[in-house]
Design a protein around this ligand. Structure first.
Ligand code: FES
Ligand SMILES: [Fe+2]
Length: 440
């Protein structure tokens, strides 16, 4: 955080800057528009949120062999994630130690080393500085030159069942504790859909940028309230042409009338670290055992039993605080660029051990709803931009997030469970945001 930002931000001198932006007194829950629009709040989030907790980096299937890498971000900070010759996953800042250029400009690939595009300093795939071009030239470096070791390592890297996270904070809580029961259940039930208990990221990701704050996506991916309204054109298509995606589990909702009826099934859970999940027992359970993939589902039933399998197949969506989501057969990652600019990356995946035809069907179904020409994802992105537009209308807008407050219950784990279209998960998100923004 630069001196300049400290000087211009009124929030740096406030020990509890988020208190003014969340009003939960008297059984209400409201969030102020400035939490989404204010540049100083955005800057403070980089320090207080993104630099202190675990941020998702990638899935093990993206780094199958030594030299596999991708570039991504922790908040605004560019990083390289790679599998080294040692077989380990490394995360380092994508910043040359010479004069600061990003040494890697590809989104992903495989390489024996990185060579900085500016003056060609060479780094191993795990970030060690291997060679300085022209090091021994007459105009090179003196004997007292303090040769750097390499790219700056991000201090903590860990994974949960193949999902890799990193943290800039060396003292961050252990990853499994950070995920807690809510986020672990999200990952466990998603992986339980695969006969081998693993997934494989497929193809090239789809990247979109929207003109809105990053927190709109965090809220939306677990929002059980909007579907029938935001995605009304999709619901109307379903009503007219029927359910053409059902066998593959993406938006298997039957007719529009059935979708409407089922919208109150299941629950949402808000985790103690701000994570949220939105799930329900799968609709049309018996049909899974008569269709083309009856053998696949029967094997899962033998393993999990009817009750758990209903929930495994019905695990809808989750947000792992702050910017990582799983929804249907998709990993979704979003990153802040500015208070009103966010990039979303969507990685569809297949289920290891499932029939090839089933996986292909799931991917086609994914494309129909979430792809660049899909029915659904564009609706949400349009709403995020409308959110931002609306919030620019006033500097004193309070957004209402108290749906379902009366009906929620606290679980033994400290998590809070609510009814499917309640804003329980949003409140969990914002409470964690407030804790981080306020604490030292
Ligand atoms: S900035 Fe990388 S080699 Fe000069
Ligand atoms: Fe949506």
């Amino acid at each position: 955080m630069t001196q300049e930002i400290q000087r211009v931000s009124p929030y740096f001198s406030d020990p509890a800057p988020a208190n003014a932006l969340i009003d939960d007194a008297g059984g209400h829950f409201r969030v102020h528009a400035r939490a989404y629009t204010d540049q100083a709040i955005f800057d403070l989030e980089q320090k207080q949120v993104f630099s202190r907790i675990w941020v998702y980096m990638g899935h093990e299937s993206e780094f199958g062999k030594a030299g596999d890498f991708k570039t991504t971000h922790i908040g605004l900070q560019p990083v390289i994630v790679s599998r080294g010759e040692d077989g380990q996953i490394h995360v380092m800042l994508n910043r040359c130690v010479h004069r600061g250029a990003a040494v890697c400009r590809e989104l992903r690939g495989n390489t024996p080393h990185f060579i900085c595009p500016y003056h060609a300093w060479k780094y191993s795939v795990d970030g060690r500085l291997q060679a300085i071009s022209g090091e021994n030239d007459p105009s090179g470096y003196s004997a007292s030159f303090d040769k750097p070791e390499g790219l700056r390592k991000v201090p903590r890297v860990d994974h949960y069942r193949g999902f890799y996270f990193a943290s800039l904070n060396p003292d961050v809580v252990p990853l499994a504790d950070y995920l807690g029961p809510t986020a672990r259940q999200l990952i466990d039930r998603k992986l339980a859909q695969a006969p081998e208990g693993k997934i494989t990221v497929q193809g090239r990701p789809f990247v979109a940028v929207y003109k809105g704050n990053w927190k709109f996506q965090s809220e939306n991916i677990i929002d059980g309230y909007h579907f029938m309204y935001t995605h009304r054109s999709f619901v109307q298509l379903q009503a007219k042409y029927g359910d053409t995606t059902g066998d593959f589990g993406v938006h298997k909702g039957g007719s529009a009338a059935e979708m409407s009826k089922n919208r109150n099934l299941g629950n949402v859970t808000g985790g103690v670290h701000g994570h949220g999940i939105n799930q329900k027992p799968v609709v049309g359970y018996d049909d899974f055992f008569t269709g083309a993939f009856a053998g696949h589902f029967s094997a899962l039933r033998d393993r999990y039993g009817d009750e758990e399998l209903r929930w495994v197949l019905g695990m809808g969506a989750g947000c792992i605080f702050p910017t990582f989501g799983l929804i249907h057969n998709q990993i979704r990652v979003w990153r802040p660029i500015g208070p009103a600019l966010t990039e979303v990356t969507i990685y569809p995946y297949s289920l290891n051990g499932a029939p090839e035809e089933f996986n292909q069907g799931m991917l086609r179904s994914h494309e129909r709803f979430y792809g660049p020409a899909g029915y659904g994802a564009v609706d949400d992105v349009e709403v995020f931009a409308l959110n931002q537009q609306g919030l620019s209308a006033s500097d004193d807008a309070w957004l209402i997030m108290e749906r379902g407050m009366e009906k929620e219950k606290r679980l033994d784990s400290g998590e809070i469970e609510g009814l499917p279209s309640s804003e329980t998960v949003h409140r969990a998100f914002w409470r964690q945001w407030r804790r981080l923004m306020n604490s030292n």
